[in-house]
Design a binder for this molecule. Structure first.
Ligand SMILES: [Zn+2]
Length: 133
């Protein structure tokens, strides 16, 4: 009796799953504010700073931050006067970067003395979602 069940062996199911997963996908993940869901930026704006796009820093209070660097973050607004105090990137001044919807601070906006600018946003405050289209 059990011989007939071999036609429905787990191996056949696995092969089907593999074909399904192999379907081409157009992934354009968007990064939203984890607090209110507002669209902040997208992975296409990720950019390396000092060689890598992600950094882990500890502030003077001993709190560790994991940040990702973006060339643009249209869902943020920048607040405060730029300062170089305790900067994580030598030669860069920083201001605070807030969600333009709920105003939560999501990270920092950095301005290098040579004119280069980028956002450093806290990874834990960004929620990745697929684009609708
Ligand atoms: Zn928000």
């Amino acid at each position: 009796m059990e011989v007939y069940n071999l036609d429905q062996s787990p191996g056949a199911v696995t092969a089907t799953d593999t074909r399904t997963r192999a379907k081409p996908q157009r992934r354009k993940p968007r990064l939203h504010c984890a607090i209110c869901g507002h669209l902040i930026t997208g992975n296409e704006h990720l950019r390396p700073v000092d060689g890598v796009p992600r950094h882990i820093f500890t502030n003077p209070a001993g709190i560790e931050f994991c940040i990702a660097c973006f060339s643009a973050a249209p869902g943020c607004f920048v607040a405060g006067d730029p300062t170089e105090a305790y900067t994580w990137f030598p030669g860069c001044c920083w201001s605070m970067a807030h969600c333009s919807e709920c105003r939560s601070q999501l990270g920092w906006f950095f301005q290098h003395l040579d004119g280069d600018t980028f956002y450093g946003l806290r990874v834990e405050l960004l929620e990745e979602r697929e684009a609708d289209s």
